[in-house]
Design a protein around this ligand. Structure first.
Ligand code: PGA
Length: 255
């Protein structure tokens, strides 16, 4: 199996102002040498990307929270293309977050188009998927995420990150059990094998949904969990740095 560098991503959602970009330098200071062992990514709102990229420098990365499904310049008022995001310093872009799927009616087909547009622009898409509480209660969690994976992820493209974010675990205080996360991540790895063949081991699978400094260590220890997508706890440097430092790869690098 290929070694995968863990990725710990902060999704600021529609929070923050330019002044909050100071959090980026504050995280860098707090994590010190740990940034050598894990990849740390900030996804602030799009207007702040260029300034965030400067603050992030070479040791941290910056990404966007969404992009247009259309790769070429086009008459699309209000849309932002992946190429524009890359021009502002983004290296990653989140696509298919459940808030976009539910609040903006985005289908897996559209999510896949966005992922392809991101890849065409040289960005790495972070494709989000996850079941609702009702789907889990009905015993359909595995089937739902396998279907979302097949429909949302461009095949044969190792330049890809997948994030498992159970809808019911986002923004609250409930997380799945270790066994539940392990089961889904194992299923996603198997699904990636079918979609990507030999490239499957290069794809990182993140867990997202109420990750915090208290539960991060336990989550990072689960097989096939290659990092986290963090919402609320990424907004404060102290909290986000504590999550990063909970990763064993961060500990190994001397902190
Ligand atoms: P949360 O959000 O960490 O605040 O639950 C995670 C996400 O939506 O990516």
């Amino acid at each position: 199996m290929q070694a995968r560098t863990p990725l710990i991503a902060g999704n600021w959602k529609m929070y923050g102002r330019r002044a909050d970009l100071a959090q980026i330098a504050a995280v860098r200071e707090r994590i010190g040498q740990a940034s050598a062992g894990v990849e740390v990514l900030f996804c602030p709102p799009a207007p702040f990307l260029a300034e965030a990229a400067i603050a992030a420098g070479d040791s941290l990365a910056v990404g966007a929270q969404d992009c247009s499904a259309i790769a070429e310049d086009a008459p699309r008022t209000g849309e932002i293309s992946a190429g524009m995001l890359g021009d502002c310093g983004a290296r990653y872009v989140i696509v298919g977050h459940s808030e976009r799927r539910t609040q903006h009616g985005e289908s897996s087909f559209l999510v896949r188009k966005k992922a392809e547009a991101a890849q065409a622009a040289g960005l790495v898409p972070i494709v989000c998927l996850g079941e609702t509480a009702a789907e889990r209660a009905a015993g359909e969690a595995v089937a739902v995420v396998r279907r979302q994976l097949t429909e949302s992820v461009p095949p044969h493209s190792p330049a890809l990150v997948v994030a498992y974010e159970p809808v019911w675990a986002i923004g609250g205080d409930r997380t799945p059990t270790v066994a539940e996360i392990g089961e889904i991540h194992g299923q996603l790895r198997a699904g990636l094998h079918e979609l990507h063949g030999a490239a499957r081991d290069a794809v990182r699978i993140l867990y997202g949904g109420s990750v915090n400094a208290r539960n991060a260590g336990e989550i990072f220890a689960i097989p096939d969990v290659d990092g986290a997508l963090v919402g609320r706890a990424s907004l404060k440097a102290e909290d986000f740095a504590a999550i990063i430092l909970a990763h064993p790869a961060a500990l190994r690098s001397g902190n």
